[in-house]
Design a binder for this molecule. Structure first.
Ligand SMILES: Cc1cc2nc3c(=O)[nH]c(=O)nc-3n(C[C@H](O)[C@H](O)[C@H](O)COP(=O)(O)O)c2cc1C
Length: 185
């Protein structure tokens, strides 16, 4: 079995989450191919796929969404887990009282649920560094809008325990327990 871990990460924090997921699979002796979504990737080479992207203005990075749409048929025939890194801050409910992670689901998750029937779609807390030198011009302009700027507290809010336990759940799904395997034999 070989598992694809593919990601799109504008400023590196989503890549860090993808790395941690890949490391957890490898620790459990599951071979992993670790790639950016815009590298050449043949989905048919993998028994399962984990695909993640950062979220900006409610959307996955376009190259990640394009990867899923282009490979939808192959992805729909194997177990796929999707994730994103998005919300920043320590509030677990948003202003409307909704669960912060539920409310931060990118628009693509509903589309992909219908398109490829993923095993799970998970939002993780992300990172925001207002002092970063590599902010794009569009990001600098957007950050001048007070309503957006005030929604983005600075810091690294990635929840490594949540990320690792999500990866452990994938390992359990990929590797039937010995009891389960014996029952199937
Ligand atoms: C201009 C801007 C817009 C953002 N929009 C959203 C958003 O709509 N939803 C969200 O959950 N996070 C949003 N974020 C937070 C980022 O998704 C978060 O910082 C993420 O961890 C960045 O990942 P990356 O380092 O891989 O690019 C935004 C951040 C910036 C700077």
């Amino acid at each position: 079995m070989r598992v694809l871990v593919a990601y799109a990460s504008r400023h590196g924090s989503t890549m860090g989450i993808a790395q941690r997921i890949a490391a957890e699979l490898e620790r459990q002796e599951i071979p992993v191919a670790f790639k950016r979504v815009d590298e050449p990737i043949r989905v048919e080479s993998y028994q399962a796929c984990i695909i993640g992207s950062s979220v900006y203005l409610g959307r996955w990075e376009p190259q990640a969404a394009e990867f899923v749409r282009t490979n939808a048929e192959s992805l729909s025939r194997r177990p796929v887990w999707l994730f994103c890194s998005g919300p920043v801050g320590t509030d677990h409910v948003d202003k409307q009282g909704r669960d912060a992670l539920e409310a931060a689901q990118p628009k693509e998750f509903a589309e992909f649920a219908d398109l490829i029937h993923p095993k799970a779609e998970q939002v993780f807390y992300g990172v925001y560094d207002p002092a970063r030198k590599d902010a794009t011009l569009a990001e600098r302009l957007i950050m001048k809008v007070p309503a957006i700027r005030n929604e983005l507290p600075a810091g690294d809010f990635r929840d490594w325990d949540a990320i690792e336990s999500w990866a452990e759940g994938i390992v359990r799904a990929l590797r039937p327990t010995e009891v389960g395997a014996a029952a199937e034999a």
